[in-house]
Structure formats: structure tokens, C-alpha cells
Design a protein around this ligand. Structure first.
Ligand code: NDP
Length: 688
């Protein structure tokens, strides 16, 4: 790490396996609170084609050798490592203008996303390298030709072009799903705050926890980066709509159909329900939330509330309450603990926001703030400080600017509506947003507002008194929920749990015989032969058990006494089991039938091997379907086949999913389901 005069660090890029400085003098990045030099950034002369090729070949190959669970555990170790180092990142974050609270969202919020993806991947993905999606689709009656959708990692590189506002979270929320999918990443942070991203990448790289080539960093301009992309690469972009649209139209992106996920401007709305009058908790929650949204991160948040849409009769009370709240904001150097709102990211950003405020005044008037903020001592400050600003637009249906001009700072516009339909129409005027919130305790308002707004939004939060303490808030994207919006918001979709992992994978429909489909997907597929053995599969540990191992049980005839005993024993005396006349009128049964749960219970009685052994627990069944009614006198038999085996990396057992097929004396399927068990890796324990 090179340090130049005046404590400005020369940022380097980590590309092609080495830290590389740019060849030119570079651009000086200053602390927006005091103008102190922080870093110098430049990437000229760096071979970006080499870096992309290196990532694909070195990082991609290393990641694809790992299973989903191994990649997930890598993220967990990385998250633990970064959490231990977190205090190193805060001082650097203050230099971006962020307060400690703002930095917490960026730093610990980002690390939390790694933890969340790690645990989601281990819970929702198998410990394999191929992801099977959806059920097997039988394509022939005799089950000799079927199909299965599978997802495999793209063999290219994921290029993440990020915005200046969240230098840590912005990187981590994007690399987490890409790395889980098995794709190496090249991160290009926005220049203005790249020094914080660079510091985090230095710690990641030094930890040795991520395979070489799996994470690269470009500090400085993107140069000819886009020219070297291929159809197996993927690009995500967060930033201004203008840059995003320009990159989306890049000839290499268009010609190669390269996946391009964009998250751009968004004029997010908060709607106060007509029921939420000043005497209700919803009114207070609304004011608190909107006030917070204006000031957190000095309003430089893609999800921040820009439009405050309230019943016409409540404009006065809302304006008064919000203005009072904003007045309490202490603006200043984020290192000062008394400060509740820091600086904008740069002087240029401050100038830009002031310009946008001026544009907004074409259709709205400033009712609070509106200008530069003084220093804490009351003296004019050279820092990039703005007053939290509230505008009021009396005729929002007739104004264009309040729905189209995004002032990316502590700025929002209050506007009235006459009925909830008009409020919904106003939200649509944003032409697609990341998020909206509606504050109401009325289920009818919630239904009408959410269904009316949903086609224009990626996320909608309903705020009311019952979730006042637990709500995660309007502005927080969560790893498990979709983050992105249609239209103006960019049309992209990030996070959303496994949805974003799939963005880095190719979905392929594979057709073939069940036997070969099973070989491809590492699971037994219905229609494939089973491996019959004289040893009961419940006597086999994971060391012995094989996919396809099958046990055909003896048989058991169901009697009327069994049905009546089960009915009185469990209390389930439903007429179809107990009343012959009523059962005969039932369109499906035509007479008394056995309980479904009796069939499942008898099936367990048939397939279970009772002695202590490697099967440790049955933790549920999936996909249970009753297919043919069972009458007294019918004889049941079970075929139990080991369908999926997933040994855990961090435990001495694993999951085994068994296909359980119950048939009657005619060979008709009576019930089919997946039995989910935990099985020891060795039995007796420690035997190998
Ligand atoms: P930009 O669109 O200018 O930059 C976003 C990213 O794109 C940065 O990493 C930037 O790098 C990069 N970039 C710029 N030009 C190119 C190019 N030709 N090829 C490849 N990459 C390029 O946005 P800003 O970060 O400057 O923010 C400007 C405005 O964007 C804000 O005022 C706000 O309105 C909006 N914004 C919206 C966000 C959202 O999530 N909705 C988040 C942040 C900003 P570099 O910095 O090196 O130029």
C-alpha cells in the first residue's frame, strides 16, 4: 500500500493475481467533511483483458471445483474474518461522510449479507455442484423419457460496477450470490469512495479465504473493460440511469446477449393511509420513518423516500411533524458523536443535489431546509453539508419534476392525494421504483394499495402498530427479499435469496432416460432402476449407502377393524372412514376408505428397520400425495429408494431423502412422498 504526501494513499487494483497501481498520476479523492486528501485513484495502463481472462481461468476453475456448501462455508469464514476486522473499516468510512450508524449499515450490513447467503445456501441448496430446479417432468407414459431443469455456473466472470454510496455492502451483496453460484467476480467500485472498498479487499485477499482469482478489484476508470466481455460473463450495474443505459447499450453487451442487471434511480414513495390520522400509531410511525429516510446516509440511499404521499386533509399535520423532526437533525463531521447526519459523498455531489432541488422547485416549494448546512459551530462550512430538505407540491398530478427529478441527498417532497386510487396513480408516476411503503391499519387499504402499487415496485412495506418494534423499515434491502424495481429503477433484481444466485447460472432443460438423468443430477429419478440388496438400507451408514439403493417391503392388508381402530384412537372419525352411507355419496370414494395417515403409518411400519443403527432421525416428509383410495381388504406394499444423499461438511451425519412409493395389490400407486432422514456417516460411530 503506497502512501503519498498529505496522507493520501495511492489506491491499487488487485487484478491478475497482483496489486497494480495505475500508470498516470491519478485523481485526488478528498474527505467531503473537511476537504482533507484521502486517496489517489487511477487505473490507466492496466491490462483489463488479462484480468478478466485470469478471473475466468483461475478463479472460475477453483470455484467450480467446490460444492455449494463449500462455497457457502467459505463465505461464512470470510464474514467471520471481516467481522473481527470491522473496526479497521470505520475510520475509513467516516472519510466518505458517513456517520457511525450509516457505516454500520454499509459495513456490518454487508458482512451480514455474507452470513445470510452462507446459511441460505446450506439450507436451500444441495452439497453438490449442480442445482436441480423443479420436479422431474415425465415425457413418456412408460417413464423411459423424462426431463429435468438444472442450473450450472456460467464459465465467465461477474463484473460488478458499483455506486459510491455503499462501498462495502454494495460489493458484498453482489459477490455473495455470484460466489455461491460458482462465478468469480471483478468489482469496480465508484471512484469517489473506492478507498474503503480497496481496504476491505486487501483484508479479504490477505485472509487467503477466497481462492485466487475469485475476487478482483479495479480502482479507477473502467477503461476498455466492457470490450473484453464474453457471452459467459455477467454484469451488474448500480448508479445513475444515464451511465446504466449507456452501458446496457454497449455493443459487446448487445451482440453477446450478456446478462446485464441494472439498479438505477428510483423515486420511492411512502404513502400514509387515509385511516392513519394524527391520533393513530401509524401516523407517528410514518413521520418517524420518513424523517429517518431523509437523513440516514444524508439521503444517499437508492431506497430512500423521495415522495411523501398523504391524504390532503393531513398535509398540515404531516408537514409540521416532519419539519419539527428534521429540525432536530445535527449535521456535521460524522466523527463527532453528536452528529446525526454526515456529509454528502463529495462537493460535486452537494452541488448536484442543490441543482436538483432547484429543478424540483419548478413544481414544489421548499418548506424546510433547502440549502447548505453550517458547521456545528454555526459558522459556514466548506464541507459537503446540506440541510435536510422538505418540499411541498400541492398539485402532484400536474407536476412532472417531483416524479422524475431524483435529488440524491437529504431531500423529499410532500404531496397530497384525494383518494387511495389517486395515491396509487401518483406512485406509478415514478415509472418504476425499488420500494414503496404504505402506513395503514386498515386491511382494505393495505390490499388496495399493495395490489395497485405492486406492478411498479420490487418491494412494498406495510407499516402499522403491530410491527412497530419488529419492522426492518422502508429503506433496508434484505438478503432474502428481492431488491430491484421495474422501469426507471433499472429493471434489475438483486438479492432475493437464491433468486440472485440463479442470475449467475444457466438454466438447462435436460432430457433423457431417468437412469441417465439421475447420473447427471446425482440423484435417483423416478423411472430409473433401483439397486436391490439383501441388506436393509437403514442398516447402511453414508459410507455404504448408494443413490438408488432400494428396499421392497413385505405386504399388509388393511382391515375395517384397522380403519375403525385408527379413527377412534386418533379421534379422526371423518365420515369417509366411518359412515358407509355418507362415504358412498362422496364423489371420490364411493365407500369407506382408510385414512391417508393410516396408510403413511402402515408404510412406516413396513419399511422401518427397528434396531438402533445409522438412521438418526426422521425430520419430515415432502410432497406427500394420496393417489388411489384404499378400501378395507386392500393390501399395501412399499418401495423405498434412496433418492438424494447430502453428507454435511461440518457434522458426522447428513441428509438422506428417500422416495417412498406405496402400492396396492394391483400395483396401483396409493401414495408417494419423500421421507427425510438424518443418517450417520459411519456406523458404528468411528468405525472407519
Ligand atoms: P455513475 O453512474 O456515474 O457511476 C456509477 C458507477 O459506474 C461507478 O462505479 C462509475 O465509476 C461507473 N462508471 C461510470 N462511467 C462508466 C463507464 N463509461 N464504463 C463503466 N463504468 C462506468 O453514478 P454516480 O455513482 O456518480 O452517482 C450519480 C448519480 O447516480 C447519483 O447522483 C444518483 O442520482 C444515482 N445513484 C443511484 C443509486 C441507486 O442505487 N439508485 C446509487 C448511487 C447513485 P466511476 O465512479 O469511476 O466513474
Amino acid at each position: 500500500m503506497t502512501v503519498v504526501s498529505q496522507n493520501a494513499r495511492v489506491l491499487e487494483s488487485y487484478l491478475a493475481g497482483r496489486w497494480q497501481p495505475g500508470k498516470a498520476e491519478g485523481k485526488l479523492l478528498a474527505d467531503p467533511s473537511n476537504g482533507d486528501p484521502v486517496a489517489v485513484i487511477d487505473a490507466s495502463g492496466i491490462d483489463l483483458g488479462e484480468a478478466l481472462a485470469y478471473g475466468r481461468a483461475t478463479g472460475g476453475a477453483a470455484l467450480r471445483k467446490m460444492t455449494y456448501h463449500e462455497r457457502a462455508l467459505m463465505l461464512k469464514s470470510l464474514a467471520q474474518h471481516l467481522m473481527e476486522k470491522k473496526e479497521v473499516f470505520y475510520p475509513e468510512s467516516f472519510k466518505t461522510g458517513a456517520t457511525r450508524k450509516d457505516s454500520w449499515i454499509d459495513i456490518e450490513g454487508g458482512i451480514g449479507t455474507l452470513f445470510a447467503y452462507s446459511s441460505k445456501a446450506r439450507r436451500e441448496m444441495p452439497n453438490t455442484r449442480v442445482f436441480v430446479e423443479g420436479p422431474v417432468e415425465p415425457l413418456s407414459r412408460d417413464k423411459t423419457f423424462s426431463a429435468q431443469h438444472v442450473l450450472t455456473a456460467l464459465t465467465g466472470i461477474a463484473v460488478h460496477i458499483n455506486a459510491f454510496n455503499f462501498p462495502v455492502w454494495g460489493m458484498l451483496e453482489k459477490i455473495a450470490p455470484a460466489l455461491i453460484a460458482g462465478m468469480p467476480c471483478l468489482v469496480k467500485p465508484a471512484s469517489q469512495t473506492a478507498y474503503l472498498t480497496e481496504l476491505v479487499v486487501r483484508h479479504i485477499q490477505a485472509s487467503g479465504l477466497v481462492p485466487e482469482g475469485a475476487l478482483q478489484l479495479l480502482c479507477g476508470s473502467a477503461g476498455d473493460l466492457m470490450d473484453h466481455l464474453t457471452g459467459q460473463d455477467a454484469v451488474t450495474f448500480t448508479g445513475s440511469a444515464a451511465t446504466g443505459q449507456m452501458l446496457r447499450r454497449h455493443p459487446v453487451i448487445v451482440e453477446n446477449s450478456i446478462r446485464f442487471t441494472m439498479e438505477a434511480d428510483s423515486l420511492n414513495a411512502a404513502v400514509l393511509g387515509p385511516d392513519a390520522t394524527p391520533d393513530t400509531p401509524e401516523f407517528d410511525l410514518f413521520v418517524k420513518e420518513v424523517g429517518r429516510e431523509i437523513t440516514v446516509k444524508a439521503g444517499q440511499k437508492c431506497t430512500a423516500v423521495r415522495r411523501i404521499i398523504v391524504p390532503r386533509g393531513l398535509v398540515g399535520p404531516v408537514q409540521e411533524a416532519l419539519a419539527l423532526r428534521l429540525k432536530k437533525t445535527v449535521v456535521g463531521d460524522p466523527r463527532d458523536e453528536a452528529v446525526t447526519m454526515g456529509a454528502l459523498a463529495s462537493g460535486a455531489q452537494k452541488a448536484e443535489v442543490l441543482e436538483r432541488i432547484a429543478e424540483l422547485t419548478s413544481g414544489a416549494e421548499i418548506v424546510a431546509g433547502g440549502g447548505e448546512a453550517d458547521g456545528l459551530d454555526g459558522q459556514a462550512s466548506a464541507g459537503a453539508f446540506l440541510q435536510p430538505t422538505l418540499l411541498y407540491c400541492d398539485k402532484p398530478a400536474a407536476s412532472e419534476a417531483v416524479h422524475s427529478v431524483e435529488a440524491f441527498g437529504p431531500v423529499a417532497t410532500l404531496m397530497p392525494y384525494d383518494d387511495i386510487g389517486a395515491a396509487i396513480d401518483l406512485t406509478h408516476r415514478g415509472k418504476g421504483s425499488l420500494v414503496a411503503s404504505v402506513f395503514t391499519n386498515d386491511p382494505n387499504v393495505a390490499e388496495e394499495a399493495v395490489l395497485g402499487m405492486a406492478p411498479f415496485h420490487g418491494r412494498i412495506m406495510i407499516g402499522n402498530r403491530a410491527s412497530a418494534k419488529t419492522s426492518t423499515g422502508h429503506g433496508s434491502p434484505l438478503p432474502m427479499l428481492v431488491h430491484g424495481g421495474p422501469g426507471r429503477a433499472g429493471g434489475g433484481e438483486e438479492l432475493g435469496g437464491l433468486r440472485s444466485v440463479k442470475h449467475y447460472m444457466q438454466r438447462t432443460a435436460v432430457q433423457g432416460t431417468p437412469h441417465l438423468l439421475g447420473a447427471v443430477t446425482d440423484r435417483w429419478v423416478d423411472g430409473a432402476p433401483g439397486l436391490e440388496d439383501t441388506k436393509h438400507p437403514f442398516r447402511k451408514s453414508l459410507a455404504d449407502l448408494k443413490i438408488g439403493d432400494r428396499w421392497k417391503t413385505g405386504s399388509r392388508t388393511v382391515t375395517l377393524e384397522d380403519i375403525e381402530h385408527f379413527a377412534t384412537f386418533t379421534g379422526d372419525t371423518f365420515y369417509a372412514h366411518m359412515d358407509a352411507d355418507a362415504a358412498s355419496r362422496n364423489p371420490f370414494f364411493g365407500g369407506r376408505v382408510a385414512h391417508g395417515y393410516l396408510i403413511v403409518s402402515f408404510a412406516a411400519g413396513l419399511f422401518v428397520d427397528p434396531d438402533e443403527g445409522p438412521v438418526l432421525a426422521n425430520y419430515g416428509v415432502d410432497n406427500l400425495r394420496f393417489l388411489t383410495p384404499v378400501n378395507a381388504g386392500d393390501t399395501l406394499q412399499v418401495a423405498l429408494t434412496a433418492k438424494e444423499i447430502s453428507p454435511r461438511i461440518t457434522a458426522d451425519y447428513g441428509e438422506v431423502c428417500w422416495d417412498c412409493l406405496v402400492s396396492n395389490q394391483n400395483g396401483d400407486p396409493v401414495a408417494q412422498y419423500d421421507v427425510l432422514t438424518l443418517v450417520a456417516k459411519e456406523w458404528p460411530a468411528g468405525s472407519s
